[in-house]
Design a protein around this ligand. Structure first.
Ligand code: ZN
Length: 291
């Protein structure tokens, strides 16, 4: 099954909701970055949030970046998503050696530790819109809910989950974001809160075979939910040899001449997808000539 993002409204647009299945894209990220299970879960949760939050933007060229800089062993995570379901990301340290937490689960909170969560939206204006909050638990879903409440004043319920198989591949991944609009009635809010108290972890629903539509209908039970949109989502990197060439040229003539003098071919690897671009001395000379 391909990964998808579902959008819904409920209670006469007093609630908006998003859900995503992200097994394939998290597995792609795991393969690209060779992440250990704990970092796969951390990056997978952030990628899942990223693709949903990206889909909330309207412009063709809008870009969302979620950045965690932290003092835990993973040191930092970056995810970038567009409005069309393309998402990519990386962890600064892809392999951390952490035992399971006291619940016997992958210790994402321990891998992240303390730090700052930044949400940056580049909507094609002069300055990107950026908000920051302190990391609360490092479990990522709670940190994003806290960000929404404090930085954007949008009460949100965020659930993100990655379930690993015994062979360390991704078995299930997905999440949802439920947001309450400022004009929501007390009755609607308390009904939603009651629903949220009863729900199971997202990975349980996914392992039971529920679709993102069914998950949203469960969370929004009794609230007149209506699915309004559905789109594909995938781990896609927009890097290319041409972009790497432009970056090399932007280093300047002196820097390029010194690389040529060193006499060794150079390898540039894309931090988002780990694709390697190799340039021989001849190719560097040619780039310099044409620059
Ligand atoms: Zn790339």
């Amino acid at each position: 099954m391909e990964d998808i993002i579902i959008r819904a409204t409920a209670a006469n647009a007093q609630i908006r909701a998003f859900a995503a299945t992200t097994k394939q894209l998290v597995e792609s990220a795991r393969i690209s970055h060779n992440t250990c299970p704990t970092v796969t879960a951390a990056l997978g949760r952030l990628l899942t949030a990223g693709c949903m939050m990206g889909s909330m933007m309207k412009g063709e060229k809008d870009l969302l970046t979620l950045q965690i800089s932290c003092d835990g062993p993973v040191k930092g995570l970056t995810v970038t998503a567009d409005s069309k379901g393309n998402v990519k990301g990386y962890a600064i340290v892809p392999q951390v050696n952490l035992p399971a937490n006291e619940k016997g689960k992958l210790d994402v909170g321990g891998a992240v530790g303390k730090g700052i969560l930044s949400v940056i939206r580049d909507l094609g204006m002069k300055e990107p819109y950026a908000g920051q909050t302190e990391i609360q638990t490092g479990e990522i879903a709670e940190d994003l809910a806290y960000y929404y409440a404090c930085s954007e004043q949008v009460p949100s319920s965020v659930s993100l989950g990655v379930l690993m198989s015994l062979d360390n591949t991704v078995r299930e991944a997905g999440g949802f974001i439920i947001q309450v609009m400022p004009f929501a009635e007390e009755e609607v809010i308390s009904h939603l809160e009651e629903n949220l108290k009863k729900i199971k972890p997202i990975t349980t629903y996914l392992a039971e075979g529920l679709s993102p539509e069914q998950i949203l209908m469960t969370v929004l039970d009794g609230l007149d939910a209506e699915i309004t949109d559905k789109m594909d989502t995938a781990f896609v990197c927009s890097c290319s040899r041409e972009k790497v060439e432009r970056t090399l040229i932007s280093l300047g003539k002196q820097e390029m001449e010194s690389m040529i003098e060193d006499g060794k071919e150079i390898t540039v690897d894309c931090q988002f997808c780990r694709k390697k671009y190799i340039f021989t001395i001849e190719e560097l000379k040619e780039l310099l000539q044409n620059a």
